[in-house]
Design a protein around this ligand. Structure first.
Ligand code: ADP
Ligand code: GLC
Length: 493
């Protein structure tokens, strides 16, 4: 039995801002079915949905404290089962740090919020006398565990055989702070271990520190694993990632077909599958009715469900979408929230095309399912995309994705070939508006050929990105990390 301590800033269904939560929740659910004992650690935010499963205080961890510089932080630990599994999730309860208006903040003490998570995870394992074979860290918020284990906690024999794996879900977010925070988070005596260039520039980078000290690195698609070793995608970490490339691997995310399957989805108007494609049209009619757009038989509806941030390629839409909507009989529904400039853009687009465009600002899981079921085409023109989940859901719903050929989008969508009839979506290569226009035009024209389109839909719906399949790659990686990977110690004095 492999023992995995899994630490993440988001776990579905407790708290979610993006795909990290989906992936954490799914790994917690599916890995323990495969000879893995998993214990998960995450913060107890104000936003954590505590109603989803009974929550219990862990009686011997109600008076926990950690010293950060001159400050002592008190916290308590609660536990709950991850729904649909026997996995125990441990919640770090520290209202002064985690009860904020949003899960992530731009507040000055953001570094402390997540330094606490890293150290609390280690100390929770200590209190349980539980020696994980691997501590699986995710993104910058948990990237300090490797260096903490090699420094502050290297006295503890409990972790003598523990290895660390850091999964990079998004290299665009670093956790970059002034160098002064290093003293407060307990690494002041280990300045010499930190990245030289950052030190000289007076900065401290959580993610880079994790990349340097984790025993193994993974990311969420093979293409992204290669891309992040180049300056265009590495966000300044490319050289470090290339240096550690022997320890870097890419595993495409799975999706939970228990939740995302048009044949069983309770959120949609009519369930359908590859043999009942005509029902999809009913979902479209239903969705259009609900969002007060006119329904026209066999007129393509495009959908987007996304965080509205630069990563998602919204900038490409700006010079293209008005012209495309004026020139084509298509409609567009967008669900998303994020940067105000993008929200303003979509409100404007809706204002200029009231019969064709609907924009829903916010986060709405039910509407996300209805868009997957009701739209014909799913738009995801990302500037970069480590994996992406929505295009994988779209495949299952026969909602043909238009994506840029990058990261996980390139690894999961097969370009449609008009001559062979093979393919599951429309891809464009260069990050520019011409590419997007070409792909939109190509998709909408193909949509007009019913037989060809249904053929694409069926191929898309047949794709299998179930966790059942993808989990095997994680198991192999865990075995490799726990068995074969030599860890390295550091000179701490
Ligand atoms: P990222 O993690 O970069 O945001 P992913 O495609 O991996 O991108 O995952 C996004 C997840 O968040 C998906 O499960 C998607 O359905 C969900 N999501 C994103 N925005 C919204 C929204 N506005 N309403 C509902 N669900 C959303
Ligand atoms: C990140 C990435 C997304 C990926 C998700 C889960 O948020 O932006 O592409 O699917 O993490 O790994």
């Amino acid at each position: 039995m492999l023992k995995i301590g899994f630490v993440s800033a988001e776990i579905e269904p407790f708290v979610k801002t993006g795909g990290l939560a989906d992936v954490s929740g799914a790994l917690g659910k599916y890995l323990p079915r495969n000879r893995v004992e998993m214990r998960m650690v995450t913060p107890l935010y104000a936003q954590t949905r505590t109603g989803v499963h009974p929550f219990f205080p862990v009686d011997y961890m109600q008076d926990m404290r950690l010293t950060f510089g001159s400050r002592t932080i008190h916290y308590k630990v609660f536990t709950a089962k991850l729904p649909g599994s026997e996995t125990d999730v441990y919640f770090v309860d520290c209202p002064e740090l985690y009860h904020r208006a949003s899960v992530y903040t731009g507040h000055e003490d953001e570094y402390l919020r997540f330094a606490l998570l890293n150290r609390a995870a280690i100390e929770i394992f200590q209190h349980m006398h539980w020696a994980p074979d691997i501590i699986h860290c995710n993104d910058w918020q948990t990237a300090l565990i490797p260096i903490y284990l090699k420094t502050l906690y290297n006295w503890d024999k409990l972790f003598a055989h523990t290895r660390t794996l850091l999964t990079l879900h998004n290299v665009g977010y670093h956790g970059n702070f002034p160098l002064t925070v290093v003293h407060e988070i307990g690494l002041g005596n280990f300045m010499h271990l930190l990245d030289d260039m950052d030190r000289r520039q007076g900065r401290f980078n959580f993610l880079k520190t994790g990349i340097i000290y984790a025993d193994m690195l993974s990311t969420v698609s093979e293409t992204y694993a290669r891309e992040i070793q180049t300056p265009d995608y590495g966000f300044g970490l490319d050289a470090m990632l290339a240096y550690r490339k022997e320890r870097l691997t890419g595993i495409v995310n799975g999706v939970d077909y228990g939740t995302w399957n048009p044949q069983t989805d309770p959120e949609i108007c009519k369930n359908y599958g590859p043999d009942t494609l005509e029902m999809k049209e009913e979902n479209k009619a239903c969705l259009l009715n609900q969002i007060a757009l006119p329904y026209h038989f066999h007129q393509p509806l495009m959908g987007m469900v996304t965080r509205l941030v630069e990563q998602k390629g919204i900038d490409l839409l700006l010079p293209v979408m008005d012209g495309f909507l004026y020139g084509h009989d298509v409609q567009l529904v967008v669900l998303g929230s994020g940067e105000e400039r993008y929200e303003r853009y979509f409100y404007g687009l809706q204002g200029r095309h009231p019969e064709k465009v609907r924009f829903y600002e916010g986060y709405n899981n039910s509407l996300a399912h209805q868009i997957e079921a009701g739209a014909d085409i799913f738009l995801m023109p990302s500037r970069y995309e480590p994996c992406g989940l929505n295009q994988i859901y779209s495949l299952k719903y026969g909602t043909i994705p238009i994506v840029r050929q990058t990261g996980g989008l390139a690894d999961t969508v097969i370009p449609y070939n008009w001559e062979t009839g093979r393919g599951t979506g429309f891809l464009f290569k260069d990050y520019n508006s011409d590419g997007l226009w070409w792909a939109l035009d190509h998709a909408v024209t193909t949509y007009g050929h019913r037989e060809a389109w249904e053929n694409i839909m069926r191929q898309a719906m047949e794709q299998d990105y179930s966790w059942k399949k993808q989990i095997k790659h994680y198991l192999r990686l865990y075995e490799k990390v726990s068995g074969q990977i030599e860890t390295f110690s550091v000179q701490i004095h």
